[in-house]
Design a protein around this ligand. Sequence first.
Ligand code: AVJ
Length: 325
Amino acid sequence: MVALARKAQPPDEEASTFAADVLAGLAASPKRLAPKYFYDDAGSLLFERITELPEYYPTRCELAILRARAGDIAQLIPAGAALVEFGTGSTRKARILLRAARKLSCYVPVDISGDMLEREAAELRRDFPALPVLPVTADFTKDFALPDAARAAPARVGFFPGSTIGNFEPHEAAGFLAHAGRMLGPGAQLIVGVDLIKSADVLKAAYNDKAGVTAKFNLNLLKRINRELAGTFKLDTFEHHAFYNRERSRIEMHLASLKRQKVKVNGETIDFRAGETIHTENSYKYSVESLAALARGVGWQPAAAFTDPDQYFSIQVFRLGEESA
Ligand code: AVJ
């Protein structure tokens, strides 16, 4: 069930991956940067502010669904199961499930940021003294070793909230779902939070907030490159651009150069045409059916799907293996 253990990268290796990825992305055509690089300290704080914006509905909707349906979701979880959360930033959402699902054998939050994980784990242990909290510092998209208590549990239940799955290309999302199935093993379940396809107006507003926090979040990536990679980006010569690509069911975020210019990064010169963009994020939207089709393709069977009254967001539960007759 569990393959190789993989340690988190040491900081210097992390920095050189960032440098190599940025230089390769800016040399490519069209130019691109990976959204995982948004989340330095400033970017993480800006994302927290995004989740509180009036236009940004996903976090509010997901919390509302979890609160309203925690009992229904908990009923689907087998007694004694281990709950494994993929990519835990804050444990705010998991707490709702942990309160509703009694008799879990342990909770395993998995994240690349070990500091945040240990802080969250300490608070959780105070609030749930009977629950073993067993954090794993790892890249959740790769194989990692589950703690013994999770391996010994009668079943493992994955939790992947926040529509993080929307940052993957659809084939990568299928790859992740398959990987989660292999990690969790026989009898597994998977609880996924996914943003739904909806009117372009609602989607566009969520990524073009009036207060300009999303623009700041996007531009913070250039600030980070300036600081960490000796970049010379002038932030007032780039503009946040976010739109809904209906054909591909995704929000695209870009940074557009307002003029023809040259920028240096780690000593390399990068040319921008006027209006040329750096593609910084895709945020794919699914229907309940389209995500279920993707999951079915890699061995998961839909067990339940919960949405808010507006049908803006969904929490979908899958079960590994054959549909029982
Ligand atoms: C964290 C990937 C779910 O796609 O809505 C928010 C990131 N980007 N505003 C999303 C994000 C711009 C967010 N996810």
